[in-house]
Write a protein that binds this ligand. Sequence first.
Ligand SMILES: Cc1cc2nc3c(=O)[nH]c(=O)nc-3n(C[C@H](O)[C@H](O)[C@H](O)COP(=O)(O)OP(=O)(O)OC[C@H]3O[C@@H](n4cnc5c(N)ncnc54)[C@H](O)[C@@H]3O)c2cc1C
Length: 413
Amino acid sequence: MTIQEATAEIAIIGAGPCGLTFARLLEQHGMTDYAVYERDAGRTANRAGGSLDLRPGSGQRALEEAGLIDEFKRLARYEDTVFTIYDTKGKEHLRLGEGRDAPEIDRLQLQEILLDSVPEDKVRWGHALVDAQLGSDGRPVLTFGNGVKVSGFKLVVGTDGAWSKVRPLITPSKPVYTGRTYFETRIQPTNPLYESAISLLGRGSTSAVGDNHILLSQKQGDASYRLYLGFQMPEHILRQGGQYDLSDADKVEAARSMLLDDKHYGTWAESYKQLIRHATDFRGWSLYSLPAAGLSEGGEQGWKAVSGVTLAGDAAHLTPPNGEGVNLAMTDALDLAGRISRWTGLSEGERTQDALDAVVREYEAIMLPRGLKSISKGHMMTDIMFAESHEPFVKLLKSFIQMEGKKETDGGS
Ligand SMILES: Cc1cc2nc3c(=O)[nH]c(=O)nc-3n(C[C@H](O)[C@H](O)[C@H](O)COP(=O)(O)OP(=O)(O)OC[C@H]3O[C@@H](n4cnc5c(N)ncnc54)[C@H](O)[C@@H]3O)c2cc1C
């Protein structure tokens, strides 16, 4: 396979929220010498979604700097910020978030806004990175699944999510299974149970917790509900050919029966069991996290500064869900793009590889501790959300409200 010479200075691997926000911010800074390489075949190839809440100091700030806040506000669902916690019998214990400035947007809508904001020819669809190595000149050589091999970029930014193929250039750390998995399902507006779902789940998100299980619901932009049924289970049973391989219709029904047995949701309120009986579109979401060692410098598994390479978003700091993943990914994009713009602003003679590496190291110095904090919060929240009782979760969220209130009284410090 011949190695092509890069036709851009910066390669961005992955057109998710992080990669696209970064691309758009580069455009805003007048830096147009970049290319985004994405695994999906085209913009409509991957309809996997979910609803994301964008927060003022992070996700929304990135969109403001990207000049896209008005597009976001047009689609953002301010009426869906409410979050309610129940126990397994359907008794309400906490309701919060009404009027909170963290509106929801569907992942696909966010991706559309970002894609529309960068020139079409900047995104190279159908380019799944399969390998990244350092060449004899010390520069990364990227090999894609479609047979393309490219080298010569001044900077490769891995924004390719949980299973990043850029990451091995920086750390041998790999995501570790947390022991917990969600069955993701839907109640569509056409579902016979939809009207009951509206009265049970309402707007925004809900979470019923107990018996080391959780049932989360999230209202979507298309009025459907996404349900996440999570608990501890072996990693392999959702895999292809596994006991609950959800690509097999018979195994979906076996999974439904298992979910309804007394070891899982069988003893929960009848209204929750009805949701499980009628839910459709089953998918699995096993929760993984990068080990902290992978984000710390030094040690065999540690983070190593590499000339011309960095990571951002989930590729850098995959965490069990803590409600911040996308916000942090977009903040990384903001921090990195700001530093790159300083480098592009240098005079011709000063725009060296060393100068570029120096600004990238500055970015990593703030991104890594922030990522570590997020991973630790993700583990703490997962333990609480999959607990024996709803009480620790209620207590935790009350403490978050108090902290937010305190920040407001202190003037946001
Ligand atoms: C079901 C679910 C629900 C979630 N809910 C929330 C939530 O409510 N709030 C929140 O803040 N976060 C949530 N998250 C986490 C959030 O989605 C991520 O933190 C965020 O999307 C990270 O953005 P990213 O761009 O770094 O990575 P990703 O969103 O993973 O994007 C990576 C991109 O890279 C592409 N890619 C992957 N591998 C390759 C390759 N080898 N070559 C080329 N391209 C590649 C992918 O196709 C994708 O486009 C959720 C995640 C999931 C899975």
